[in-house]
Design a protein. Structure first.
Length: 312
């Protein structure tokens, strides 16, 4: 068993050798979001543009002794205006990532997906957690636990491809996706098993590329070799998945939080499928988790530049 945070620490250390990622930090108007952005900048992970009410940001920094004199502040009167201004910075090429501050995710995403002035791409926008589970050998991607509530099969195609591309951006040796359901058998009474089987056939037909994909798989035989053997499952993914695709937001959210609160895991959050990666943080996040989220975004942006394709 590795020490807690070991996978994240390796990720952060790797990304410290990359150029800082120009990042629009949206409405950093509480201590955790402002301090987190400044700390990530101090580690060389991001080059922050602080977007929000100038007087409020400066007052907050002074109150908590946070040094922000070297950073650009883009004045915006309130959170909605800050979200719009941050998206515009991306459209102008001045930022290569967004970072959520002290505003609601829905408020930020409303500006991201605006048809006239947002950051849409041809790909469906989706969320991934990159989880550091101490007792699991691999970093573990879980998708989608924050954006798509009850995705259709068509939407799941993009959600799956986003997660696969993220695995490559994170330099996984091999991306192995388990499409989860309550059982590893295709059951017409359980729609998620039918959709899992359809997604696997799309992989066979190269409509989805870049990974070994199997499903439906139950959680136990997706990540536990002994459970796979007991069920006599012959699969290149079962027992060693490093990407878990859940049926819907509720199951994904519960899975991620179960790992966090019962297994001591950390969960770095990223939104993919827009023009640039979007770093989602929570006030409950540890410092290491915040830094890991920035490191994930840096690798996504690097892969996007190198491949010339939208993966976040």
């Amino acid at each position: 068993m590795e020490p807690r945070h070991a996978k994240y620490e390796r990720l952060i250390e790797y990304c410290r050798n990359l150029p800082p990622l120009p990042t629009a930090v949206v409405h950093p108007c509480d201590h955790s979001s402002l301090a987190g952005a400044v700390e990530a900048a101090g580690m060389g992970l991001i080059a922050p543009l602080l977007v929000g009410p100038r007087a409020r940001i400066e007052s907050l920094a002074e109150e908590h002794g946070i040094k922000i004199s070297e950073f650009t502040i883009v004045d915006a009167p309130h959170s909605h205006a800050a979200a719009a201004a941050a998206v515009q910075l991306v459209r102008e090429g001045k930022a290569e990532a967004l970072m959520k501050g002290s505003l609601h995710t829905d408020e930020l995403m409303a500006e991201v997906i605006r048809r006239d002035a947002g950051m849409r791409s041809a790909r469906r926008i989706s969320h991934c957690f990159v989880m550091d589970v101490p007792e699991y050998e691999h970093a573990l991607i879980i998708t989608d636990a924050a954006i798509n509530i009850a995705p259709t099969l068509e939407e799941k195609v993009d959600i799956l491809q986003n997660a696969i591309d993220l695995g490559h951006a994170l330099l996984f040796d091999e991306v192995r996706v388990a499409i989860l359901s309550a059982t590893e058998s295709v059951n017409p009474k359980i729609p998620s098993t039918i959709e899992a089987a359809a997604l696997c056939k799309m992989v066979d037909r190269r409509q989805i590329t870049g990974a070994l994909v199997d499903g439906p798989l139950a959680l136990d035989n997706a990540i536990n070799v002994e459970a796979m053997r007991i069920k006599q499952i012959d699969s290149p993914v079962a027992g060693r998945a490093n990407v878990l695709m859940v049926p819907d937001l509720e199951s994904g959210n519960m899975l991620a939080k179960s790992l966090s609160f019962l297994a001591g895991a950390d969960a770095a959050g990223i939104v993919l499928g827009a023009r640039v990666p979007i770093i989602l943080t929570s006030r409950a996040d540890s410092v290491t988790t915040r830094l890991a989220s920035c490191a994930v975004a840096a690798l996504v942006a690097k892969a996007r530049r190198e491949a010339g394709k939208v993966i976040g």
